[in-house]
Write a protein that binds this ligand. Structure first.
Ligand code: PGA
Length: 248
């Protein structure tokens, strides 16, 4: 299955600039667009570039609505292992996004299942996601949609795999501190975005990039369902992440 747009960029830095360009194109077209953005190592360069653009006055993010993609269950905005906190520090605060335009995923809600449904309604109330910028986990996860996630899944509570907890432990000083559950936007929710930008960097992801983009979609590789959205999917890879792709 193909039909998605693939862009191969030489370096991580240039890949980050291209991802920031995708955000800019979206907000120029629709200043109050609802956008979801990821956490992790991969998007850091994109955030730095977007913040530079805000400071230079070349991008206006004052009306954009930001939806958090995922977080560990039970973590509130100021907690140590909160991905929402991470996003505030890496992007939302330095970019000056107004608090009223930030939609935090309800990781610490007393009833997270009901709150997850309400989060879906918040997205729908703004006309759906205009853009979803996402990364790719070593195990093929997208947000915290772990292997086995249904392609039409919605925002919900999930149990994290050992692999994801291990990947996360690199950022939070040991796996012991990583909560066992998370709340994540669903694969179905993400795939309904009018544009999806998948950014992946580095040799270590080359194998999973191949499985996600060149093999038949399957439950074991959640990212592989992204192929089914066709040209709404824009894949931006740095050269190292492409080493296991079939030369086009
Ligand atoms: P990373 O995480 O950018 O830190 O590699 C990506 C992901 O797990 O989605």
């Amino acid at each position: 299955m193909a039909g998605y747009v693939l862009e191969v960029i030489e370096s991580y830095e240039e890949m980050s600039v291209r991802a920031a360009d995708a955000v800019q194109e979206t907000v120029e077209r629709r200043p109050d667009a609802a956008i979801t953005v990821p956490t992790g190592q991969t998007p850091l360069g994109m955030y730095e570039d977007l913040v530079r653009r805000v400071e230079a006055g070349t991008i206006d993010l004052s009306q954009v609505r930001i939806f958090c993609l995922d977080d560990y269950l039970g973590q509130s905005r100021h907690d140590e292992a909160s991905l929402t906190r991470w996003l505030y520090e890496a992007f939302l605060i330095p970019a000056g996004i107004p608090e009223s335009h930030i939609h935090r995923i309800p990781a610490a809600a007393p009833d997270p299942h009901a709150a997850a449904l309400a989060y879906e309604r918040e997205i729908a109330a703004l006309g759906g996601l205009e853009l979803a910028v996402i990364g790719l986990g070593q195990n093929g996860h997208v947000a915290f949609n772990e292997p086995g996630s249904a392609p039409d899944s919605r925002t919900r509570v999930v149990e994290l795999t050992g692999e994801s907890r291990e990947q996360s432990s690199a950022y939070w000083e040991g796996e012991a501190g990583i909560p066992p559950y998370a709340i994540t936007m669903g694969l179905g929710t993400i795939q309904e975005a009018r544009q999806i930008v998948l950014i992946v960097s580095g040799e270590a992801k080359a194998g999973i990039v191949h499985q996600a983009l060149e093999e038949e979609p399957k439950l074991e590789v959640p990212a592989s369902w992204l192929q089914t959205v066709g040209e709404r999917l824009h894949v931006i890879l740095d050269r190292e992440a492409t080493s296991e792709l079939t030369p086009r």
